[in-house]
Design a protein around this ligand. Structure first.
Ligand code: NIG
Ligand code: FE
Length: 404
């Protein structure tokens, strides 16, 4: 890898010097931007940056690729910490069912939703799943994403969960995005376990998890704690087993109802608790006394037409907030982090700086990548976005356009 100099940058955004924890509270409003800047990259890492006026003396011009970023902004790439990007087919039929009045939960109860995706994935060969997911990864990369977490959870049998996680392992090898893998065997109960749901939890813990650990297929453990899905007691068992096996939790909680899953996640040292469309004071105090990141998924709220997470409350309470896409074939058919930024501002009333921090540095920490990615800092990977030329650095003009 050679050395690269990006010069004449109109605005170099997302600069962070102190950088050892997620941003929270007032810190979420700081997204430092240096005007008329340069950025030097050595062997894929940020080696130096500063004002153009200081450039001439400090750079070794030998063997250097120079990029002129006149009129453009350079920012850290987005870190999308919650997706379900490996799947067989999208579920347009359910989109129409929802328009006609059925809720996500009603569709799920009829055997649709996650179970529908599991039926579709069961027959699809591993190679095809890899090929299709690589296309989606290329798409999100073109939209500005540099790192992504991907979950299993459309397998729901030993073989199919392993297949999904092996696909994610291949994606890690083949894609130049940074990828983290999450085991979500506890995403929904297969129909054959309808009358004996604890037996499915046993299968997740006793059959799936040991093989996953033996093959090193997952970085995190997840479960969907919700009425008609996994109970708080089942969540507790699954997370305890995952932690014992060596996986930290990142969980689905409080999408439709508050069952106490946030506290259980915190108790098991969850890296993040995700969704949080519903939130009460108890959840807030659990999070306040923890290192767990609160992750909101505004495009899921948009596509399902459900409430948005009350993130302002989280920020006021000094709880670090990350934002992710939840890209999946049913509830959220979009992996666009620019849309997430826009919805965060328009629907959740985050400021642009808060949204940018939540989609970059805090997204990185929600995948335990905060020391390598998510900001413009010396020593971090040069995982960056160069925008099209802009005259003004406003959210409207840079978030509604494609990166160049
Ligand atoms: O995060 N809510 C649970 N799981 C996913 C949806 C998966 C699906 O509908 O396929 C989510 O929204
Ligand atoms: Fe999800």
């Amino acid at each position: 890898m050679g050395n690269i100099l990006i010069k004449n940058i109109k605005g170099l955004g997302g600069i962070r010097v102190e950088n050892d924890q997620p941003v929270k509270g007032e810190g979420m409003n700081q997204f430092e931007c240096l005007e008329n800047a340069f950025l030097a990259i050595e062997n894929g890492e940020i080696s130096m940056f500063g004002p153009m006026s200081e450039l001439s003396g400090v750079i070794d011009w030998n063997d250097l690729e120079v990029i002129d970023a006149e009129g453009k902004y350079v920012l850290p790439a987005f870190c999308d910490s919650h997706t379900h990007i490996v799947f067989a087919k999208t579920r347009e039929d359910e989109f129409v069912d929802r328009i006609k009045g059925l809720s996500y939960e009603e569709i799920g109860k009829k055997g649709g939703g996650i179970l529908n995706s599991a039926r579709k994935l069961a027959d699809m060969p591993e190679e095809e799943l890899v090929e299709d997911a690589l296309v989606r990864l290329d798409l999100i990369k073109s939209l500005g994403t540099g790192a992504v977490e991907i979950k299993s959870g459309y397998g729901l049998s030993v073989d199919a969960e392993l297949k999904m996680l092996r696909v994610i392992k291949k994606l890690k090898e083949k894609s130049d995005l940074t990828i983290k893998a999450t085991f979500l065997g506890a995403h929904a109960f297969p129909l054959e376990y309808k009358d004996n749901q604890d037996a499915y939890v046993d299968l997740v813990i006793n059959e799936m998890l040991p093989i996953i650990m033996e093959e090193g297929l997952a970085d995190y453990i997840d479960a969907f704690c919700e009425r008609n899905y996994f109970t708080p007691e089942q969540l507790d068992r699954i997370l305890a087993a995952g932690v014992k096996a060596g996986l930290k939790p990142k969980i689905h909680v409080n999408q439709f109802s508050i069952l106490g899953g946030v506290g259980i996640g915190v108790k098991h040292g969850a890296v993040s608790v995700d969704h949080l469309e519903e939130l009460d004071d108890n959840d807030i105090s659990e999070l306040k006394n923890s290192t767990t990141i609160a992750t909101a998924l505004p495009s899921c709220s948009f596509f399902l037409n459900i409430p948005y997470s009350p993130v302002k409350k989280l920020i006021e309470n000094d709880i670090p907030v990350a934002l992710a896409t939840d890209y999946n074939p049913g509830s959220t058919p979009s992996g666009n982090m620019q849309l997430v930024n826009s919805l965060a501002c328009i629907k959740m009333r985050m400021t642009p700086n808060q949204a940018l921090n939540a989609t970059t540095i805090n997204g990185a920490y929600a995948m335990e990548l905060g020391d390598q990615l998510g900001s413009i800092s010396v020593g971090k990977k040069a995982n960056i976005i160069i925008t099209k030329p802009y005259r003004h650095f406003t959210l409207a003009n840079f978030l509604y356009s494609r990166w160049s």
